[in-house]
Design a protein around this ligand. Structure first.
Ligand code: NAP
Length: 278
């Protein structure tokens, strides 16, 4: 039997509509500022998507498209101005930054209550303590999906492939907080295939085309493909061999149309939350 598709596109549409309705009740529109430095084409596409999401949710948005020659000080100055602005609830620094610019001090300069990407050490600390102010967008989007499809995490064996600060680590934390028994695998993990084959919930966030084959998936497992790769024809794909894994998994996220749209919707949710709290 083919796996049930975890439809991120439909869920994100529904969530953004709920956000739009809630935002319309506020005295002031939520405001998001997006800072883009340099001319990385993928980043430009992501930023355009975020602007579109803001429009759909009825948010105010501002884009700062800065040249690659921008200095660290100029970036910090801009963040300081945005920190003080009453009409800006969320500040997002689009990564990666061009060579020569260090993202860490800039991310740390963003006011924690405007850090809607959840990268500030204070917010990461709060997340770790189970006192999250915002959920990091990608893992938060995955958790939202699981919840909406009625997928129970408690007591399940969860395997997360990847340990980045953006995806793998917070993903493992959120699953743990929902009482999953979590194993975080990485490039030094031995016998990843065997580990995966025992998972009730498998989340792959590696960035390697064709990594997850049918043999690595337990019958009926929930398989979440976070990765965004390009196949040999330049087409967007994840880590999972979708066709064959769909024959064995119980649930599967498509790529595109799975985790990606949920990530974007969660950014809108965080911005709404930031606006409501301020
Ligand atoms: P990253 O920083 O490159 O991390 C990749 C992780 O995979 C690392 O922790 C690495 O281990 C681990 N790894 C490498 N080979 C492995 C293997 N064979 N088995 C298990 N783990 C392995 O990437 P990222 O930023 O976390 O992103 C991961 C993927 O998700 C990328 O394709 C990215 O484009 C995508 N992504 C998607 C969204 C979305 O909205 N859908 C959002 C963010 C990222 P080491 O730590 O040992 O190197």
């Amino acid at each position: 039997m083919a796996a049930i598709k975890l439809d991120g596109t439909a869920l994100a549409r529904q969530l953004k509509e709920e956000i739009r309705q809630e935002a319309a009740q506020l005295e002031r529109r939520p405001g998001l500022a997006v800072i883009l430095v340099g001319d990385d084409p993928a980043s430009q596409v992501y930023v355009r998507g975020k602007e579109r999401d803001c429009q759909e949710c009825g948010f105010y948005s501002e884009k700062y498209a800065l040249p690659a020659s921008t200095t660290q000080e100029e970036l910090l100055d801009l963040v300081e101005v945005l920190n003080q602005r009453e009409d800006i609830d969320g500040i997002l620094l689009q990564l990666p930054l061009p060579k020569g610019l260090d993202p860490t001090p800039v991310l740390e300069a963003i006011r924690p209550d405007k850090d809607v990407d959840c990268f500030h050490p204070e917010n990461v600390g709060r997340l770790t303590l189970g006192q999250a102010r915002f959920l990091p967008c990608t893992p938060g989007g995955v958790m939202y999906m699981l919840e909406q499809y009625g997928i129970e995490v408690a007591g399940k064996s969860c395997v997360v492939l990847g340990r980045s600060n953006i995806v793998g680590k917070p993903m493992s934390l959120l699953l743990l907080q929902k009482d999953g028994t979590v194993t975080t695998a990485h490039s030094r993990t031995s016998d990843v295939a065997q580990l995966c084959a025992q998972a009730d919930i498998l989340v792959s966030a590696v960035g390697q085309v064709g990594l997850i084959t049918k043999e690595m998936v337990k019958e009926g497992a929930v398989v979440v493909d976070v990765a965004m790769n390009q196949d040999e024809n330049g087409k967007l794909c994840g880590d999972v061999c979708q066709e064959e894994v769909a024959q064995r998994a119980g649930y599967l996220t498509p790529v595109p149309g799975g985790v990606g749209p949920m990530t974007r919707a969660m950014l809108m949710r965080n911005t709404l939350q930031a606006a409501k709290k301020r």
